[in-house]
Design a protein around this ligand. Structure first.
Ligand SMILES: [Zn+2]
Length: 254
């Protein structure tokens, strides 16, 4: 089985005690790549370290919107430089985006947008795909990506309405579908309407587990594949092969 997890956070403390075993289980399950996404300067450095230790882990570096707004202009500039300096070691820019859930003030939303625009520009400059988070801000996210003419876009865990899904699909963005598709009707619907060639799979480990009250991990990615296969009415093997090819294409893997 060819499986990929294009969005996880293996640097987080939930994995401190047993990452070796987590990686081993992923390998046994057929996972060929796990894209671990950095969230802030500290998390970016840890993510790079992990990728040195475990070949299965492909690093993406980014600034999570809630973390990014806490940084000074200078810190943001330094981090963008750090990401650019490491461009040959990373597979993508991520996790970046907009999140208005705990950010209701217009001024702070504006700051999130300005940082996001800089990260989109950087992804174009270093020619890397961009892995995008959006919460309560889906339409702004699509607008900014469109206006910046971003091409290699992966919408992670996209919760926008189906009209926005259609718009994003029409401009060739990819959707990475999380493991909680096992019970989330929204993601089941998304898997139904989006072309299989624009679908990727993710766990968002340690979050969004397919099993309630259990930490998520990359070996559970098979649960997403099974559900998509059922929804698209194709075999599990065909589904995983197709999504693996999408992964290779989006991330320019030979
Ligand atoms: Zn995430």
């Amino acid at each position: 089985m060819l499986l990929t997890d294009v969005h996880a956070h293996l640097d987080l403390e939930e994995f401190y005690s047993d990452l070796d075993a987590v990686i081993e289980r992923a390998q046994k399950a057929g996972v060929k790549a796990i894209i671990s996404n950095g969230l802030n300067p500290e998390s970016n450095r840890k993510t790079l370290e992990l990728s040195k230790r475990y070949p299965l882990i492909k690093p993406a570096l980014g600034l999570y919107p809630d973390d990014a707004v806490k940084l000074t202009e200078k810190q943001i500039k330094d981090e963008l430089n750090f990401i650019e300096k490491n461009k040959d070691k990373i597979i993508a820019i991520g996790e970046v985006g907009l999140d208005y859930k705990y950010c209701k003030k217009k001024q702070e939303q504006e700051k999130q947008k300005q940082i996001f625009i800089k990260l989109i520009k950087l992804s174009k400059k270093i020619n890397k795909p961009i892995i995008v988070h959006s919460r309560k801000a889906e339409s702004d996210v699509i607008d900014l990506l469109k206006n910046s003419n971003a091409k290699k876009v992966i919408l992670h865990c996209f919760s926008g309405n189906l009209k926005l899904v259609k718009i994003a699909e029409d401009i060739s963005y990819s959707f990475s579908i999380p493991t909680n598709i096992t019970y989330s009707q929204h993601f089941q619907k998304l898997a139904e309407i989006v072309d299989i060639n624009q679908i990727l799979t993710e766990t968002d480990s340690p979050y969004l587990s397919p099993y309630k009250n259990k930490r998520n991990e990359p070996s559970f990615i098979i649960e997403t594949i099974k559900k998509i296969a059922e929804i698209k009415n194709i075999s599990i093997n065909e589904t995983s092969n197709n999504i693996f090819m999408n992964y290779q294409k989006v991330f320019s893997i030979d």
